[in-house]
Design a protein around this ligand. Sequence first.
Ligand code: ASP
Length: 357
Amino acid sequence: MQTPYSHLIDLNDYPVTWWNKVVKLGAEIYQHPQRYVQACAGKIMATLFYEPSTRTQMSFQSAMIRLGGSIIGFDNPMSSSVSKGENLKDTTKVVSSYSDILIIRHPMAGSALAAAQTADCSVVNAGDGGHLHPTQTLTDLLTLHMEKGRLGHLTVGLCGDLLYGRTVHSLCKALSCYEGNEFVLISTPELQMPDYILKILDQSGCTYRVETSLDTAIGELDVLYMTRIQRERFASEAEYLAQRDVYCLTPEKMAHARPDLAVLHPLPRVDEISVAVDADARALYFKQAQYGMYIRMALILMLLESKPKHDLLHGIADAHLRCVNSKCITATESYLPHRFLQTDDGMVCEYCEERVL
Ligand code: ASP
């Protein structure tokens, strides 16, 4: 079930040297966009968005258009055959046969890995449930490269919904691969970073500390990455309401921050950054969204030009093991082969990385 295409499912499937190449190309395209206007002439990109999106979807679309290519796709699965009960495998199989690269966002963890198993073109994970969001991380890396001039030796505060926020999971995994980064994980006890990310930080040798107060931490940060409370991933509205409004970045708080702090946010903002902060030169989130288009131009070029990869699933099959995560793609797409990876901590599902033993 393995396909000979280059996919981006998880940034960690590639070496850091590859990420650096994408970032370098993104910076070059940002500086000289006119050199790339025909780079994808004749190519088609499909966007399958099973979940709402503004920036990710439109930045991918405008990236392809600026490269001279064309776009197809849906952003409301209910207007496609998904509404008639079509599974992910069939939709992917068909749409990938029309296109050269397929961008997928889906509410279930591991969905991009599932789609890549049947696709006849490159697949990019544009967000798989609360799991990962690698192209947001590439956006964040380009932003830090352009605005801070480095990807290591940064003190990075991540604030808000660290439990369900896929952007902070991907970003932590990536920044832990650069030397000298320190993390301050600012959240309520209920929305702390998942254990598997803390394990990755432990193994990387990066230092981190768990913090509940933004006021305490803000003065020591080079980067403050604010996040939205992920309402759609809570079991009940009451649980969401208990977490809403806990953190809000205001001009008063910014007064205690370093003069060269970079405030990032993957957007959409709800109420975790006061609009009054937008006028502060350290508020970089709108610029960050624009860098997202340039890095996606670079990514499309790199994937379309790269050599095929054949090794999609690495885990073992075990007839007695099943993933118990109800938010894992294997819970809804029953034909998928179940695969498990052995970690120091026990077996984890290869799709969603949840522990099974
Ligand atoms: N746009 C980001 C995402 O798709 C962040 C968010 O929705 O809060 O994960």
